[in-house]
Design a binder for this molecule. Structure first.
Ligand SMILES: Nc1nc2c(c(=O)[nH]1)N[C@H]1C(S)=C(S)[C@@H](COP(=O)(O)OP(=O)(O)OC[C@H]3O[C@@H](n4cnc5c(=O)[nH]c(N)nc54)[C@H](O)[C@@H]3O)O[C@H]1N2
Ligand SMILES: Nc1nc2c(c(=O)[nH]1)N[C@H]1C(S)=C(S)[C@@H](COP(=O)(O)OP(=O)(O)OC[C@H]3O[C@@H](n4cnc5c(=O)[nH]c(N)nc54)[C@H](O)[C@@H]3O)O[C@H]1N2
Ligand code: SF4
Ligand SMILES: [Mo]
Length: 762
């Protein structure tokens, strides 16, 4: 346990794993217990910034409701058992289902915290492979899949996402993102508010497009309250406004672009005048965006949840980068740039400049026929795959760090579907709305008991950094590490039984990665003897050994002795030891241009004219003629919340209720709602009664309800959250409405009806 001793207390430094910002924490331990958590002032990226959630790692660790022993269903009740008994039960359940129905009867859902978890990022893959089913679902299809697809079509990699260079830009156009509450997403940066304020202090401007006046919109220089679901139209019109006035200027990008003229032609019908009525903004405001973008010394366009979890999510995500391209801002300082991560990025491996690009639709869902993307099926299809009888029906589920009952559309249908499964195994720290349906729950250790490195999110960072945190607290007696749980599940799925040694999986994974590295003609270890590399990795095991390998073979790595030059002032080439010596992280500098080296497209160019994207434009054009619903629902996030699973922390949920329906005063008047009263809100798939907050922060015709609430289900073990239950917004979102290119759920812009609530006593 690394740290600094000072009298009877110890100090440890650790990256916060709770959201994408990845702030450095300074954790004080007194007599082996966490006594204080504050921002690490010396962290190379966060410089002391912390939000109210960061210090609650202690409450999460000490939460009496957090599971510490496996639960197994016996006579209908979930009871605590030992680990061996729990794994034996998993083997019995898996064998039972696959013997009768085959492997396609297995389904898997992996949730958001896996993206912040080194064990999961390295050991989910062998688990999924061992399960041998195509029924793989994740939170990505209620989130960022459209952006990943657009990026993969444009640049050749799903995580080759252009991020706004917020620290140098002079103009930031932000659509459907609220980093003052969310702390940013697909653009990793601690302290978004501070970075935006610094931009404004140097004369830069922030323009926010959001149907709500969010906290970020309040901080903006201009706020455009767009009609939900219409961002793709707005962005297309800005491109066209530039094109028809001869202001398209990709500058030095030009030789790296494919299909620019085709794209401009295809977008020509989307003029500011044509889209204005649907988008709900004046044509002049749209023209102004074009002018500001083309005149700014540097500018970045950035879109997030409001643009991705929408009907035209992939088009909107693609158009964000089309706009970065036509204004010459892609891949230049102050524009939208690519990180060069120290470990794990596919865009730093293999031949640079071109690659295989993206293939989608290699298989389809059984019931609705929606295509696979990136090896996964749309989670909007999960419930129907479970509750529709027939060959290939899902009869057993595995969930890892996911709460789809609160997170995915048509929640009531999924809730019932899960209740009807033959078998369900969850890897989770809580008995919650989803895991209450499990037959076995396997709890991993708390975050403070795990090592941490942001293998995924640092690929999306606005500055190149690397930072490893060792566990702060030891494992409880008998507690397996999270990677060991996943590895044992993999072994059981392979038919090797409940007692097989997880080290077998670890050795297999490291062996495969070493083989790939020595076979890669572009790797610093090309042609080396795998046995030598394994020996050099020493006695470490599990995620730490794998991370060491990835760092050492990565773009700043020591190449196992092949490289010697400093990667930053005073920093030798990277290895895990180098990071362990630097608990505040290593700063590898601001983002540097990476075109064309970053590309992995077949043509070796930025493929602006990907056929599936262009083929979706007629659908966008058809949206211009549609009637506007009387009211639509959008979400929102609160700084003190984190999706569905941190509501059991009293300091975060106490105070004014947060799960309320925001309604504009004009709408409240026409629907007969009163401030602090209640409303019944109904959509095609469900209805809810909810507390109302009347506020002009929402656009008329738009109501807003946060997701992740609704903790009053029977059988959950969430003592605090139950007292602040709220309602589940995804009872209203429609599983049948998706962005067809990505299969991503539409979580914003849901047509709803709102009426005064009936006062019910219970
Ligand atoms: N209507 C609406 N719905 C939404 C959204 C929205 O904006 N509006 N947002 C969507 C987005 S962006 C996302 S990412 C999804 C999230 O969807 P999910 O990933 O399904 O949900 P989370 O709330 O993140 O739940 C995480 C689960 O992991 C468990 N957990 C926490 N830490 C650990 C750990 O270290 N290990 C393990 N094994 N388990 C752990 C928690 O107990 C919880 O059960 O929700 C989506 N749903
Ligand atoms: N405090 C907190 N932080 C979080 C999370 C959390 O739950 N709570 N979740 C984490 C996760 S998993 C993610 S993915 C990120 C998400 O991070 P963000 O993308 O910043 O997410 P939101 O805060 O939901 O902001 C989305 C905004 O889009 C707006 N919006 C809705 N519909 C539309 C539309 O049609 N067009 C436009 N332009 N805007 C629209 C909403 O009003 C909202 O303000 O946050 C992460 N950080
Ligand atoms: S902003 Fe995110 S990473 Fe930083 S302290 Fe808060 S929850 Fe943790
Ligand atoms: Mo997310």
């Amino acid at each position: 346990m690394g740290g600094v001793t000072n009298h009877d207390t110890t100090t440890a430094f650790r990256t916060c794993p709770l959201c994408e910002a990845g702030c450095g924490l300074e954790i004080t331990l007194t007599a082996g217990r966490v006594s204080r958590i504050r921002g690490d002032a010396a962290d190379v990226f966060s410089h002391g910034y912390i939000c109210p959630k960061g210090s609650t790692l202690r409450q999460l660790h000490e939460d009496p409701d957090r599971l510490r022993r496996p639960l197994v269903r016996r006579d209908g009740e979930l009871v605590e058992v030992g680990w061996d008994e729990a794994f034996a039960e998993v083997a019995r359940l898996f064998d039972g289902v696959t013997a009768t129905h085959g492997r396609e009867a297995l389904g898997v859902y992996v949730g958001n915290p896996n993206a912040h978890n080194l064990s999961a990022l390295l050991f989910l893959k062998p688990l999924l492979k061992s399960l041998g089913t195509r029924n793989v679902f994740s939170a990505s299809t209620v989130d960022q899949r459209p952006k990943e697809l657009a990026s993969a079509w444009l640049f050749g990699g799903g995580l080759t996402v252009a991020v706004p260079d917020v620290d140098r830009t002079q103009y930031l156009l932000m659509l459907g993102a609220n980093p003052y509450a969310s702390n940013g997403s697909l653009a990793t940066a601690p302290d978004w508010p501070g970075r935006i304020e610094a931009m404004q202090a140097r004369g830069g401007r922030l323009v926010v497009v959001d149907p709500r006046r969010s906290r970020t919109a309040e901080a903006a220089d201009r706020h455009l309250a767009i009609r939900p679901g219409t961002d793709a139209l707005l962005l297309a019109a800005v491109v066209t406004a530039l094109a028809r006035t001869g202001r398209v200027d990709p500058g030095p990008l030009a030789p790296h672009l494919r299909g620019l003229d085709t794209v401009l032609d295809a977008l020509a019908p989307f003029t500011p005048e044509a889209v204005a009525p649907t988008v709900g903004l004046d044509a002049a405001e749209i023209e102004l965006l074009a002018t500001e973008l083309s005149e700014a010394p540097s500018a970045a366009v950035y879109g997030r949840m409001g643009t991705t979890t929408a009907e035209f999510g992939t088009l909107a995500s693609w158009l964000v980068d089309v706009l970065n391209v036509v204004t010459g801002n892609l891949d230049r300082p102050g524009g939208a740039m690519f990180a060069k991560a120290a470990a794990g990025a596919t865009n730093t491996r293999g031949a640079s400049g071109s690659g295989r690009g993206l293939r989608v639709g290699r298989h389809q869902t059984r019931v609705r026929g929606l295509g696979e993307t990136m090896g996964e099926l749309p989670v909007a299809c999960l419930a129907e795959e479970i509750d529709t009888p027939g060959p290939g029906q899902i009869r057993a589920m595995v969930t890892v760090a996911g709460n789809p009952v609160l997170s995915t559309p048509n929640a009531e249908r999924l809730d019932s579907a899960l209740a009807g499964l033959d078998a369900y195994v969850a890897v989770d720290i809580y008995l919650n709305e989803t895991t209450r349906h499990a037959d076995v729950i396997l709890p991993p250790p708390s975050s403070l008991q795990k090592g941490h490195y942001d293998l995924a999110l640092l690929q999306l960072a606005v500055r190149n950094v690397a930072n490893y945190s060792p566990p702060v607290l030891p494992l409880d007696p008998d507690q397996p590490d999270e990677w060991e749980i996943l590895a044992r599940l993999a072994l059981i799925a392979q038919g090797l039984g409940p007692d097989a040694d997880p080290a077998v999986v670890d050795d297999l994974v490291v062996g495969t990665l070493v083989q790939a590295a020595v076979a890669d003609a572009h790797s610093p270890v090309h042609g080396r003897d795998p046995a030598d590399l394994l020996a050099a990795l020493g006695p470490r095991r599990g995620p730490e050994r794998l991370l060491d390998l990835l760092l050492r073979t990565g773009p700043y790595g020591d190449g196992f002795g092949a490289r010697h030059d400093e990667v930053a002032p005073g920093v030798p080439p990277l290895s895990l030891d180098v990071l362990l010596d630097r608990p505040h992280g290593v700063d590898l500098g601001p983002l540097a241009p990476r075109l064309p080296e970053v590309l992995r497209t077949p043509s070796g160019q930025v493929e602006l004219d990907a056929e599936p994207v262009l083929a979706d434009l007629p659908r966008l054009a058809a949206a211009l003629d549609r009637p506007v619903p009387d009211a639509v629902l959008v979400g929102r996030r609160d700084l003190r919340s984190n999706n569905s699973w941190m509501h059991n922390v009293e300091v975060l949920v106490k105070g004014r209720p947060r799960c309320t329906l925001h309604v504009h005063p004009d709408d409240a008047a026409r629907w007969g709602l009163v401030a602090d009263g209640r409303a019944v809100i109904s959509a095609r798939v469900g209805r809810l009664e909810v507390a109302v907050e009347v506020t002009d922060a929402v656009r008329p015709g738009v109501v807003s309800l946060p997701h992740g609430w609704g903790h009053d289900a029977a059988g959950v073990r969430l003592g605090v959250a139950g007292r602040y239950a709220g309602v589940n917004a995804n009872v209203l979102t429609d599983d049948q409405v998706v962005d067809p290119l990505s299969g991503n759920a539409v979580l914003n812009g849901i047509p709803v009806r709102v009426e005064p609530g009936v006062v019910v006593s219970r």
